[in-house]
Design a protein around this ligand. Structure first.
Ligand code: ADP
Ligand code: ZN
Length: 751
């Protein structure tokens, strides 16, 4: 037989299949990892067998031979092999980059170390044991070797194997007799594998809630198969739905993947799944040690689990017989990878659905515009949960117009209504959350007098202030202007970049409420491992009255004693130069507001803003997703933003500014020519290409490298997929020559 092998070296030059002969009698299957001689020196190198074929006449003799297999089982399933092929095509990456998404890093580079312990068992039958015991008994009936006797008796009683540690726990010191016992042949020694199961000791779930009628409807729909978007308000019982559907899959002998954002992988979430599925669930998150990660992977690969709960990369989990993929909080930007290959979980999940027929369920209280529009056009089936399970009303949200506050002479961080509410909340010994929207600080310029934000005349996104030459620039089209002295709208000299930080909020709290106990959660206070979990659990234990935080505090957390949420500057994220800024603002406000009044006490939310009339602010305050969607989809249609068009961005980096620029422009010409030829050949309308601009990247220089980008905008219409494929194929070709560093489609954070 001949094995087609991909060597585990990440380089474009070796990103192809090499053929090796298989030695007689070596059992190998596709997906298995092997050691092969590679290169001039025939250095033993790790590789993946992707295919096997029969020897074709003369070829076999000239081939090198596989040295050995690395594991007795295929590390990759056949489905994963297909997935790798597809990833390479779809995301323009090396095959080995795709393969390495599927297996834990610890497995590569001959680093696998399965944790094993030596275990001991009795090598004697009953008669042999009696004889052995007799031989160590003195004439007077006492024992000559009491430790040996202890070990023999313990092993006889346990009728299995014990580790030295177990033996020591039962009869301290007796393990020292093991060498003698082994020597006499009375005891066998074996290696037993130990799997590190994180959180293994969690208790089983005590009560299992009966689904509500609304939940049951959703569950039934998903169990019947298909692709769904579940729009369910916070606390509507979405997680319960996921667990029920995963159970249904398991009962049919199938497996399920439940993706959650990394930040939601708190012990609370894990506990719920462990409580329900016990050891049949594997959990993959970034706090696992590499050993634990490998062990969880192995349990999955060996078919020991039926449910995998994990962050983005768990979408590649090597489950066979996949029956369900859930993407919780599907609007989260963390589902798009920012490393090569730049995949997004939804697209991969759809591919796995196509390969396996699994059901797909996306869930969110604030679906992304893209997903909701898929539900509108039938690509996904819309399911809804309109009420919280406990029927608690959603909190009342008051919009506070900060322009009016300024007009009345209040220049502090707190508006009068928020100040009063905070005072009352503290007086009643309740808890409050103060939320600061970090995203977009200091990058956009607005007028404190009238709320006016300076925008690009061509793109309807806010212009970004560049300190270096005090210019304002558009990151989408390259438009440039200088910073005006006064507000173009009201003429007052109040133009400024936005900028308060969590620290300033803390100072303000200390100034106005000196006796309040404050916890702060931001990038500075969460440097250490698990720091954010510590802060959250301290807050939950009411060790502080006020939690000040950024985006990190918004996710699925339950604080029953929180009755007040203050959003310091709701509109900060509204003016980020990104077509998704309104969507993100709506989502943030909804998620933060959802933290108030989860329990018996009703919640109140104060939303401070300079743009009280903006639909993202207004509709979020009313908990009205549908109206927001209809507004926003109209904007997207008018501006030709996704889902009506796609941005494809190529990044060019060089130490030499002129070179980066030249490369971008040369590639632009090449790409345009190629695309126009295709349009002509296929008789497609030229309007499919909306534009192709070469311009400096938003961050013009990083680590001595000048950065240029080519932004291509393609209309989403029949034929555009073909065009996109052509563009990516060209990219792949040119990338081998090192022309640019990467390609992104609708990047989440353009920098
Ligand atoms: P979501 O994921 O939509 O925010 P959860 O699934 O976390 O909602 O449910 C919110 C709370 O309601 C949880 O404490 C959960 O245990 C509880 N819950 C969910 N479904 C039910 C039900 N059918 N009956 C009673 N309690 C439920
Ligand atoms: Zn512009």
């Amino acid at each position: 037989m001949i094995a087609a092998v991909i060597v585990d070296i990440a380089h474009a030059n070796v990103d192809r299949i090499f053929e090796y002969a298989l030695p007689q009698g070596l059992p190998v299957s596709p997906g298995q990892r092997v050691l092969v001689p590679f290169g001039k020196g025939d250095r033993p190198t790790e590789g993946f067998v992707v295919r096997l074929s029969e020897v074709r006449g003369h070829t076999a003799g000239s081939l090198k031979t596989v040295l050995r297999t690395l594991e007795p089982y295929p590390a990759l399933t056949t489905e994963q092999l297909s997935l790798c092929e597809w990833l390479r095509e779809h995301y323009d990456c090396l095959l080995i980059d795709a393969l390495s998404l599927m297996i834990p890093a610890q497995m590569r580079g001959l680093k696998v170390r399965e944790k094993s312990v030596k275990v001991f068992s009795l090598a004697l039958d009953e008669a042999g044991l009696a004889a052995a015991l007799l031989s160590i008994t003195k004439k007077d009936g006492s024992c000559r070797a009491p430790l040996q006797r202890d070990v023999l008796q313990l092993l006889a009683n346990c009728q299995g194997a014990l580790s030295a540690r177990d033996l020591c726990a039962m009869a301290p010191g007796c393990e020292s007799a093991l060498p003698a016992l082994l020597k006499k042949g009375w005891v066998h020694q074996n290696d037993a594998q130990v799997r590190r199961v994180p959180y293994a000791a969690l208790p089983e779930e005590s009560v299992r809630p009966q689904p509500t009628a609304a939940q049951q409807q959703v569950i039934n729909a998903v169990n019947a198969g298909g692709a769904f978007l579940l729009h369910g308000v916070t606390g509507s019982g979405k997680t319960e739905v996921y667990m029920r559907c995963a159970e249904h899959a398991a009962q049919a002998g199938k497996s399920a993947i439940v993706l959650v954002p990394e930040i939601s992988l708190t012990p609370q979430t894990v506990e719920r799944f462990r409580g329900r599925f016990g050891t049949r669930v594997a959990v993959l998150h970034s706090r696992l040690s590499s050993g634990e990660r490998f062990d969880e992977w192995k349990r999955i690969r060996m078919g020991e689990v039926s449910v995998v709960v994990g962050a983005r990369s768990a979408v590649f989990a090597p489950l066979e017989n996949l029956g369900l993929i859930v993407i919780d909080e599907e609007h989260e930007s963390s589902y798009a990878s920012e490393h090569t290959p730049r995949y997004d979980a939804y697209t991969v999940a759809q591919k796995r659905r196509e390969l396996t027929g699994a059901a797909l369920l996306l869930g969110s209280a604030t679906p992304s515009i893209e997903s909701y529009s898929r539900a509108q056009n039938g690509e996904l089936t819309l399911l809804t949960l309109k009420e919280r399970v406990n029927r608690r009303p959603l909190p009342k949200v008051s919009i506070v117009d900060m322009r009016a506050e300024l007009a009345e002479g209040n220049r502090s961080i707190f508006s009068a209504p928020l100040y009063r509410a905070l005072k009352k909340c503290l007086a009643e010994s309740n808890q409050a959350i103060l939320f600061l929207n970090r995203r977009g600080y200091s990058s956009f310029v607005s007028c404190r007098g009238c709320g006016y934000v300076i925008k690009c005349p061509h793109c309807s996104v806010s212009l970004t202030y560049h300190k270096t030459d005090s210019s304002l620039r558009c990151h989408y089209c390259g438009y440039q202007a200088s910073l005006p002295e006064t507000c173009p709208h009201c003429g007052k000299p109040y133009l400024k970049y936005f900028g308060a930080g969590t620290q300033q909020v803390e100072e303000a709290v200390q100034h106005f409420f000196p006796s309040a106990r404050v916890l702060r959660m931001d990038r500075d206070t969460t440097q250490q491992k698990d720091a954010h979990l510590r802060i959250l659990s301290a807050f939950k234990r009411h060790e502080a009255d006020i939690l000040i935080g950024t985006q990190m505090i918004t996710k699925g957390l339950d604080f029953p004693q929180v009755t007040l949420v203050g959003i310091i500057a709701a509109d900060a994220s509204l003016h980020v130069p990104d077509y998704r800024s309104a969507e993100r603002t709506f989502c943030l406000i909804t998620q933060v507001a959802g933290r108030a009044g989860r329990d018996a006490m009703p919640g109140e939310v104060y939303l401070q803003t300079y743009s009280p009339e903006h639909p993202a602010v207004r509709y979020a305050a009313r908990h009205d997703y549908e109206s927001f969607y209809h507004y926003e989809i109209g904007v997207r249609r008018d501006c030709r933003f996704p889902p009506f068009a796609d941005f494809i961005r190529f990044l060019f980096e060089s130490e030499d500014y002129a070179q980066a620029k030249e490369q971008a422009e040369a590639f632009r010409q090449l790409a345009l020519n190629k695309m126009q030829r295709l349009l002509a050949e296929q008789n497609l309308p030229p309007s499919l290409i909306e534009y192709a601009y070469a311009m400096p990247a938003p961050i013009g220089r990083i680590r001595e490298q000048f950065r240029f980008q080519l932004l291509v905008k393609l209309s989403r219409a029949p034929g555009s997929e073909l065009l996109k494929a052509q563009l990516l194929a060209l990219a792949r070709e040119r990338r081998k020559e090192g022309a640019f560093s990467h390609v992104e489609i609708n990047p989440q954070n353009m920098m």
